[in-house]
Design a protein around this ligand. Structure first.
Ligand code: ZN
Length: 273
C-alpha cells in the first residue's frame, strides 16, 4: 500500500511539472509568433499589424522590428536612420516611414492637407515590387482585364490581379454604377490610364501605375500639383466618388499635399479600420 501511494505521488508530481512546462512554452511561443489574422499582440508596431492584415497572401508574421514573408524574406520595420526630412523619406523610406502618416477616410478630413501631409505617397518600393512584379514583364503577367463602368464608360482597363486588387476595382465600378446619379458620370466616364511601367517624373521612384494598382480618372476635372506650378490645393472631384473608392481599399491622391486628384491607388493597409 505504501509503495503504491509513493508511486502515485511521483507520477502526479511529474505530470504536474510536465504540464506546467508545456503551458510556459506555449505562452512564450504565442508572444513571439504573430500570425496574420485576428490574433494581434501589442508588441508589434501598429503599422506592421496593418500590413499583416492587408496582405495575408504574402505575409507570415512580424515581431517588434521585422516583417516576415511567407517565402522567407525578412524586411526591417525601422532602418534606424533618425530625423529624415520629408524628401528623404520619399527617396529612402523604410516600412515605418511608409506607415507614418494616418490616412483619413471620408468627407470629414483635414482639408486642405497640411504641408507634406500625404499618407500613402511615401512607399517602400521593394515591398510592392515583390508582390506586384519588379519589371514591366513581371507586372504584365499579373494584369487582368476589368470592365470599367460598362454602362457609363464601356471601357476595359488592365489591373493587377494580385492581392485581389482587380476584384476591388470591379467592386468600385459596380458601386459607382449602382449608386451614383448621372451628374457624377463625367468624372469617371473617361480614364487616363491604369498600368504604365514608369518612374514618377523628375524622380528615381516608380509610379504605382507601374504596379498596375492605380487608376487616373478623367483629367478634364482633375488637379495636379505639377500642372499648377504652385502648391495651392484645388479639387473638383466629388467626395461621393472618393468614398466609394476608399470603401474598397483605395486611397485618393486628392488628400495629399502634393495633390493629384485624378489618382486612386489600391492601399488596403491605409484604408482599413
Ligand atoms: Zn495616377
Amino acid at each position: 500500500m505504501n509503495l503504491f501511494i509513493y508511486i502515485f505521488t511521483i507520477i502526479s508530481l511529474y505530470a504536474c511539472g510536465d504540464s506546467g512546462n508545456r503551458t510556459n512554452f506555449s505562452n512564450n511561443d504565442v508572444n513571439k509568433k504573430v500570425i496574420a489574422g485576428d490574433t494581434i499582440k501589442t508588441n508589434i508596431p501598429a503599422g506592421l499589424q496593418k500590413l499583416l492584415k492587408a496582405y495575408p497572401d504574402f505575409l507570415e508574421k512580424a515581431d517588434e522590428n521585422n516583417l516576415y514573408w511567407k517565402d522567407g524574406t525578412v524586411m526591417v520595420w525601422d532602418d534606424g536612420i533618425k530625423d529624415k526630412s520629408h524628401d528623404e523619406m520619399l527617396d529612402n523610406p523604410d516600412l515605418e516611414d511608409m506607415m507614418s502618416q494616418q490616412y483619413v477616410k471620408g468627407a470629414n478630413w483635414d482639408e486642405p492637407p497640411a504641408e507634406n501631409f500625404e499618407p500613402g505617397r511615401i512607399r517602400y518600393e521593394p515591398f510592392f515590387t515583390k508582390m506586384y512584379g519588379s519589371s514591366s514583364g513581371e507586372v504584365q503577367r499579373n494584369l487582368v482585364n476589368v470592365s470599367w463602368l460598362p454602362s457609363i464608360c464601356g471601357c476595359t482597363i488592365q489591373f493587377n490581379n494580385v492581392n485581389g486588387a482587380a476584384d476591388k476595382m470591379r467592386e468600385v465600378s459596380d458601386e459607382i454604377e449602382a449608386t451614383l446619379g448621372a451628374q457624377f458620370h463625367k468624372y469617371v466616364s473617361k480614364t487616363a490610364g491604369t498600368f504604365n511601367w514608369r518612374k514618377i517624373a523628375g524622380t528615381d521612384r516608380l509610379s504605382t501605375h507601374a504596379f498596375g494598382t492605380s487608376i487616373d480618372i478623367n483629367t478634364k476635372y482633375s488637379n495636379y500639383w505639377q500642372w499648377d506650378g504652385n502648391m495651392v490645393w484645388k479639387n473638383q472631384i466629388p467626395m461621393e466618388i472618393v468614398e466609394i473608392f476608399e470603401k474598397h481599399g483605395f486611397i485618393w491622391g486628392g488628400k495629399w499635399y502634393h495633390y493629384d486628384t485624378m489618382h486612386f491607388e489600391y492601399r488596403p493597409e491605409l484604408t482599413m479600420e
